[in-house]
Ligand binder design. Structure first.
Ligand SMILES: [Zn+2]
Length: 681
């Protein structure tokens, strides 16, 4: 993902109002696009819509042992993964591929990762030199040199985050950006909370560290001590980090410093020297997302003994490579992550490796994927659909009754400036110069990571490359980038249940249509609305309009704060606000666009449901699925997306047409009086 971009988690929709193009479906279409056999017709839709739409499917489809959730998205991802595996098996067994060719590199990376015998035999050889180097450190300057070395050689990201990104107030320019970091568990909350679930995760993390230190030669006593040392450092860093909610304010994260002034705030870290060492020379200014964090991290450099930093730096190496070393390391890594996510059984190696190739050389593998699994007609169909939805969102903005003409004009200008990317990049990333050796898995991963680092720093001083994508083509997801003002739909999401050429408009508009509307609405959510049509972080609202927008969005915050999916954990209304706004806007835009189609106007019954009913059932079907409680707890802590049930029910309750479609009345459990239904876009 590109920095700052917001994704759908995945959600799409399709269908155009004009003549339909109907090429062959990649997958055979299901007999029924809305199948009553998946629903629970004994539940009243107005009492529990998600259960009504998905209840029987849920009962009949337990979560497989090697998954943390199961439902529409994950099943589609699984099918895509199978397609990738079949491509990878083919290219990895094709003899005589020219060295350096696309197929050689993709096939040999996969083959090297599948060679479990060689990986087992290597043990932790791939990181021995790193551990020896760290053992020789004797002073604080050497600690800092090692932090630089690890970054430049893609061996870890100790203490803080740094990278090259778009300058959000000058979005055509690349700039160095510093961010808080230095911790391992997925959020600061895991270090700071002390409820039973968190304590269990802390214990698993401790055990993970002890195991890895033991596997690399520490005595039991020393490993125990090392784990405590790392934890103390990470907890101090976590305490200095901002919360995810606080980080949603893009202006608070935009702190431009001259390199000299930033160095004054971090006396142990002289950035005039360190930036060139990080291969980022010639910079006058940098962005520091959380300046207070850097003061604390810097002070820790002198308050913490050098020997403790050595342990922490070793842990950076260990955790960064555990998943790719021999089975003892992989098992320890899984034991920890299974406590976090609830996954019972390790993902098979072949699936881990296809994900690895997608994550490492995704735009090479993606070229093979789209050649076989994506039709140009699907792209054309999406272009038409996006145009329909864009026009409809424009109509809706013009009709909004709470906004002045002055702000509306600017909103429409922003909408007109959207860039749309569909399927796959026009210009592929070719990872020039990355050598892939069939017999060296660890070396391959290292070379790819170093290439990525070098590529990103090479962008400094160059204009932002707008052709780049933040997701690979097979990804079942979509995103909006506020600094690019672009909506992006990878090929992977343009499949059922989001989209199918054979489906009626209601199904496609309720699926991929809502997804498109969702991504467009991100341009006008709590964060996106702070960027203009050029992608510049700059206020374009009148004060009164902005105040009213905040009043209305607060109602969405309050609504979602009220949901309690697991334990005593509620959805964080402020963390999920942007996504919840995007869902609400998305369904409104998609429904109105659907009603402009011929089918939407006649509202025909198919398989026993009217067009309007099918639209909302399709939306609920996209979010069909269940999660393990552990995964749910993690999502509530870290993820800006609400769980699927609440995305469904929490959205439809604000849509008048949903009440009409299912005859929802006062007294039904989900019923909201018309004046309480939240209207924004
Ligand atoms: Zn989203």
């Amino acid at each position: 993902m590109l920095a700052g971009a917001v994704c759908l988690s995945a959600n799409v929709f399709a269908a155009n109002g004009g003549g339909k193009i109907k090429p062959k479906s990649t997958n055979p279409p299901p007999k029924k696009y809305i199948d009553p056999a998946n629903m629970d017709l004994s539940v009243k839709p107005g009492d529990d819509f998600f259960e009504y739409a998905n209840g029987t499917w849920t009962k009949n489809n337990p979560i497989p042992g090697d998954k943390t959730s199961w439902g529409s998205f994950i099943i589609l991802r699984d099918e895509n993964n199978k397609n990738l595996i079949s491509l990878l098996k083919e290219v990895s067994t094709t003899p005589g591929l020219p060295k350096g060719s696309l197929k050689q590199r993709v096939g040999d990376l996969f083959a090297s990762g599948m060679d479990s015998v060689a990986i087992e035999k290597a043990g932790y050889n791939p990181i021995k030199a790193d551990l020896v180097r760290i053992n020789k450190i004797a002073s604080l300057p050497q600690v800092i040199d090692e932090m630089v070395f690890e970054r430049v050689n893609a061996r870890g990201g100790a203490l803080f985050g740094v990278g090259v990104g778009q300058d959000s107030k000058h979005p055509t320019k690349n700039i160095v950006e510093f961010r808080q970091g230095g911790t391992t568990m997925p959020d600061r909350d895991y270090y700071l909370k002390d409820d039973a679930r968190t304590l269990k995760i802390q214990a698993a993390y401790h055990k993970y560290m002890v195991t890895l230190f033991t596997l690399t030669g520490s005595s039991a006593e020393e490993a125990e001590k090392n784990a405590n040392t790392v934890y103390i450092i990470e907890k101090a860093l976590a305490t200095a980090q901002k919360s995810r909610i606080a980080m949603r304010d893009p202006n608070a994260s935009y702190n431009k410093f001259s390199v000299a002034d930033f160095s004054k705030t971090t006396p142990n870290l002289n950035w005039t020297v360190l930036l060139p060492a990080l291969k980022m020379p010639g910079q006058d200014t940098v962005i520091v997302a959380q300046p207070a964090f850097f003061k604390v991290a810097d002070a820790m450099l002198t308050s913490t003994p050098v020997d403790d930093w050595k342990v922490y730096l070793k842990w950076e190496i260990l955790k960064g490579s555990a998943g790719s070393l021999s089975s003892d390391f992989v098992k320890a890594n899984f034991a920890y992550s299974s406590v976090l996510s609830g996954q019972k059984v390790q993902t098979p190696r072949i699936e881990r490796m296809s994900s690895q190739v997608d994550g490492s050389l995704g735009e090479l593998l993606g070229q093979l994927y789209v050649e076989k699994y994506f039709t140009p007609a699907a792209k054309q169909y999406m272009v038409n659909l996006v145009n329909n939805l864009k026009a409809t969102l424009g109509d809706r903005i013009k009709r909004v009754d709470w906004m002045s003409q002055e702000t509306k004009d600017k909103a429409l200008k922003k909408l007109a400036a959207f860039t749309v990317k569909i399927g796959y990049p026009d210009k592929w990333q070719n990872y020039d110069g990355v050598e892939i050796d069939r017999n060296d898995y660890a070396g391959n991963l290292k070379r790819i990571a170093v290439w990525r680092y070098n590529y990103s720093v090479s962008q400094l001083g160059k204009p932002v490359d707008k052709t780049r994508w933040g997701m690979t083509p097979p990804t079942v997801n979509a995103y909006y980038s506020p600094t690019g003002n672009e909506i992006v739909f990878p090929a992977g999401i343009l499949q059922f249940p989001f989209f199918d050429f054979g489906a009626d408009d209601a199904v496609n508009y309720g699926g991929i249509g809502v997804v498109i509307g969702h991504e467009m609405t991100h341009g006008f959510d709590d964060q996106g609305s702070q960027y203009d049509g050029d992608g510049t972080l700059r206020n374009w609202w009148t004060k009164a309009d902005n105040d009213e927008f905040k009043n209305r969005t607060q109602k969405v915050v309050d609504e979602f704060n009220g949901f309690n999916p697991v334990d005593t954990m509620h959805i964080k209304g402020k963390l999920t606000l942007g996504e919840n706004l995007a869902d609400l806007g998305g369904i409104n835009v998609a429904y109105e666009a659907y009603k402009k189609t011929k089918e939407g106007q006649t509202n025909p019954k198919i398989d026993g449901f009217t067009g309007d009913q099918r639209f909302f059932l399709s939306f609920a079907q996209v979010w069909r699925g269940t999660m393990r409680p552990e995964a749910l707890a993690q999502q509530l802590t870290t993820d800006p997306h609400s769980p699927g049930k609440y995305r469904t029910d929490g959205t439809v309750v604000n849509i008048d047409a949903w009440y009409d479609a299912f005859n929802v009345k006062p007294g039904d459990k989900m019923y909201k009086a018309p004046t309480d239904r939240i209207k924004i876009w």
